[in-house]
Design a protein around this ligand. Structure first.
Ligand code: NAD
Ligand code: TDX
Length: 339
């Protein structure tokens, strides 16, 4: 089997490639990634020489390049991660989110229909459901909820979800779709909350908590997400949406305090800053469907996963220090300088 993984030089895509090469010793993986600010070829250095792996640099919006690759490789499966993924950046510049996440997805869907694949799996997010109130702990995201995006990022992901479903119905494409909660783990770009807080705390820099820090996210260790996608790819029903999450809701402020405790740093580093525009209050996944239909359950407890993640960032400083000392400095100044 030959699997196309788009966006495999990013956080979840790279973890998925490592997972698949191990889990399926007879599969070939082709990673197609534009290496935007969020993509990093050094992340894939351990597999670049693997004869079952090929890296191709390219943009999913480049129809000619995408068609050429499909023609060459005759993919069995497509797992589509490539996206602009940071909510704060989508508030600054929505255009690139619509281009990559909507139009780029359409190019891939056209290629999958034209050249034929056994299955197209689209990696989406729980943010397409909007948010839940803090005072209704009985409410969860289920697959049947209407889409109700809050940010340009989530609106672009919701649009791509609708396109995937439309290609299933209209063109008979065999596609599956998953909506996962917040991931954490190795190789997450330091603009995201957990690695940002780890990086700042190790450098004794202020930890910028938006608003009052009471927003709730439902955290899942990245490897558990990868395993769920592998299971859906092989055992999911065509045309179905699967939520992925492990009932691990936490307030941002509690995670920040936990990181400081683990690193032996003082809580005085916490700095409350201006809230994110349109900030979603609470995400909480109901994973009953994937559990009942496919037998998936998360394996990593948050208490273990966060320790492992912090250890990874401490042991792999070269990886993220190169990022935070580069172009990222301008981003940080722009987003947090006068916040
Ligand atoms: P990321 O930003 O770390 O990685 C995105 C990757 O896509 C990068 O390697 C980048 O170079 C590549 N890319 C961007 N634009 C491209 C283009 N036009 N053509 C080709 N490649 C391009 O993102 P991530 O956190 O790994 O998220 C991966 C996917 O999972 C996204 O679709 C995201 O919406 C979804 N998701 C993420 C989370 C999370 O918590 N991070 C949760 C649920 C779903
Ligand atoms: O500096 C910060 N301070 C802060 O308080 C940052 C970067 C974030 N936050 C808050 C905002 C959120 O409530 O932390 C929470 C998590 O923020 P992010 O890491 O930016 O994630 P989120 O906005 O929840 O979106 C993530 O989960 C769903 C991913 O980035 C998306 O790609 C995914 O789809």
């Amino acid at each position: 089997m030959t699997v196309l993984v788009t966006g495999g030089a990013g956080f979840i895509g790279s973890n998925f490639i490592f997972y698949m090469l191990k889990a399926h010793p007879d599969y070939r993986i082709v990673c197609y990634d534009a290496l935007t600010y969020a993509g990093n070829l050094s992340t894939l250095s351990s597999v670049l020489d693997n004869p079952r792996f090929r890296f191709v640099k390219g943009d999913i919006c480049d129809r000619e390049a995408v068609y050429k690759l499909f023609e060459e490789e005759k993919f069995d499966y497509v797992v589509h991660f490539a996206a602009e993924s940071h909510v704060d950046r989508s508030i600054e510049d929505p255009g690139i989110f619509v281009k990559t996440n909507v139009l780029g997805t359409q190019v891939l869907l056209d290629a999958a229909v034209k050249y034929g694949v056994k299955r197209f799996h689209h990696v989406s997010t729980d943010e397409v459901y909007g948010d839940l109130p803090l005072d209704r702990p009985d409410m969860f995201f289920v697959e049947t909820l209407p889409l109700k995006a809050s940010s340009p990022y989530s609106a672009s992901k919701a649009s791509s979800d609708l396109l995937v479903m439309a290609y299933c119905r209209t063109f008979g494409l065999d596609a599956t779709l998953s909506r996962c909660s917040n991931n954490y783990g190795p190789y997450q770009f330091p603009e995201k909350m957990i690695p940002l807080m780890i990086a700042n705390a190790t450098a004794d820099k202020p930890l910028p908590v938006y608003g009052e820090g009471i927003n709730v996210r439902d955290w899942l260790y990245v490897e558990d997400h990868c395993k769920a996608i592998d299971l859906i790819l092989h055992n999911g029903r065509p045309g179905e949406v699967y939520n992925i999450g492990g009932h691990n809701e936490m307030r941002n402020i509690d995670i920040v305090k936990l990181i400081l405790k683990e690193l032996g740093k003082p809580e005085s580093l916490i700095t409350f800053v201006k809230d994110r525009k349109g900030h979603d209050m609470r995400y909480a996944i109901d994973p009953t469907k994937i559990h009942n239909e496919i037998g998936w359950l998360p394996e990593t407890k948050f208490a273990d996963g966060i320790k492992e993640t912090i250890r990874w960032y401490l042991n792999n400083r070269d990886w993220w220090e190169e990022i935070v000392n580069g172009e990222y400095k301008n981003y940080y100044q722009k987003m947090y300088g006068n916040r």
